[in-house]
Design a protein around this ligand. Structure first.
Ligand code: PLA
Length: 417
């Protein structure tokens, strides 16, 4: 039978794209009817019953919002809710940041962290003279590649993870950043690196800042896990604040998905910090005006609900303190699962070393499991993780950690013998 077609979009023009690996994994997990199934895929916090956790402080803020007779559904301004964006800037830069005091920052509310990375990428693609290359860690969050490619910025990588030590390839990273052409954009994970769980030490951050200064590189911080790495908001923002103190011009993509558990509400913020100088206020005014135009054409104005919740908490001392407590609950449970998983694997004498599980921090652990082992775990034990061997630590709990350790042990023993 001859095929008739009435489309301008042939398969040559629009080839079928593969499913997003992470959201595909989530869908496969949902379909799996085996009661032993374990979701270690997407980086979303789960409680000890493997259930999504609405932070108690978020519930409180939600009640306040719902009962506010003045609440309406009008558009937010283009740059978003100002009490949210200013509190978000204080949270990440520090309330006593010289950049805030000198009025050389601007902040726009975005569609969560992804929207913030995108807005920054779009701005740099449009306005950074010379279209520099963006350098990502190898590996990085997979979406970085897509977002920066979409705006046609050239992309490259710097070494980051050492397969042999399962830690940082510091010499490789430093060399690549030194060798990158001047004025390159260096994308950095502010804390709790995704997917490796490996962060720089303070001494390494300082050395990196010095190399980047010498080469006039532009730091682009992606901060999706503030409060998740250590449970301490200031500690997790230390590196970024150090760069600001050193007088860098830089930008930050800030997500509230994980630290507030507001995943689907898409609360985030993009901050641009220009360097100190007599003209810095004029500079930031110009930059903010162009960012507003980009924002208007992309999303017009950001979604209100999540930002309202976060804003209530960030701007109220008592709620803020409660939020910090909630953060410690999440990071504490994750840390205890690291200890438990490592302990069980060592108990089982699983071939290899497992200290990296407790050395790594944040939402993820980069286990070192091969793609073959990952697929086998999924097929035989219904344990879901990304193909690169990343596990979301929050998917583990006191009920399933032994099951997962035994399954990993079995797969590693079978494939290494
Ligand atoms: N930046 C990094 C480094 C991230 O890991 C993520 C989310 C984001 C930004 C964006 O988050 P947001 O848009 O939801 O604020 N990474 C997740 C989910 C948790 C994802 O891939 O979208 C992950 O599992 O890697």
């Amino acid at each position: 039978m001859s095929q008739s077609t009435s489309t301008s979009f042939s398969a040559d023009a629009v080839p079928k794209a593969p499913e997003d690996p992470l959201f595909g994994l989530m869908a496969a997990y949902r379909k799996d009817t085996d009661e032993r199934k374990v979701d270690l895929g997407i980086g979303a916090y789960r409680d000890d019953n493997a259930k999504p956790w609405v932070l108690p402080v978020v519930k409180k803020a939600d009640d306040i919002l719902r009962n506010d007779p003045a609440l309406n559904h009008e558009y937010l301004p283009i740059a978003g809710l100002s009490e949210f964006t200013s509190a978000a800037a204080r949270l990440i830069l520090g309330a006593d940041s010289p950049a805030i005091a000198e009025n050389r920052t601007c902040s726009l509310q975005t569609v969560s962290g992804t929207g913030a990375v995108h807005l920054g990428a779009l701005f740099l693609a449009r306005f950074y003279p010379g279209k520099p290359t963006v350098y990502f860690s190898n590996p990085t969050w997979a979406n970085h590649n897509q977002i920066f490619s979409n705006v046609h910025l050239p992309i490259a990588t710097y070494p980051y993870f050492s397969k042999s030590t399962k830690g940082l390839d510091w010499e490789g990273m430093k060399q690549a950043v030194t060798d990158a052409p001047e004025h390159s954009i260096i994308l950095l994970h502010a804390c709790a690196h995704n997917p490796t769980g490996v962060d720089l030490t303070k001494a390494q951050w300082k050395e990196l800042a010095s190399v980047m200064k010498q080469n006039s590189h532009f730091p682009f911080f992606d901060c999706a896990y503030q409060g998740f790495a250590s449970g301490d908001l200031a500690k997790d923002a230390w590196a970024l604040r150090y760069f600001v103190e050193q007088g860098f011009e830089l930008c930050v993509a800030q997500s509230f998905a994980k630290n507030f558990g507001l995943y689907g509400e898409r609360a985030g913020c993009f901050h641009f910090v220009t360097g100190p100088g007599t003209d810095s206020q004029n500079t930031i005014t110009r930059i903010a005006s162009q960012l507003a135009i980009l924002q208007r054409s992309e999303i017009s104005n950001p979604p209100a609900y999540g930002a309202r919740i976060a804003s209530l908490v960030l701007n109220d001392q008592a709620l803020f303190a409660e939020w910090e407590e909630n953060l410690r609950t999440m990071s504490g449970r994750i840390i205890s699962m690291r200890t438990a998983l490592r302990g069980k694997l060592e108990e089982l004498k699983t071939p290899g070393t497992w200290n990296h599980i407790t050395d790594q921090i944040g939402m993820f652990s980069f286990t070192g499991l091969s793609e073959k082992q990952v697929l086998q775990l999924r097929e035989t034990a219904h344990i879901y993780m990304t193909k690169n061997g990343r596990i979301s630590m929050a998917g583990l709990n006191t009920r399933n950690v032994e099951y997962v350790a035994k399954a990993i042990d079995k797969v590693v023993k079978e494939t290494s013998s």
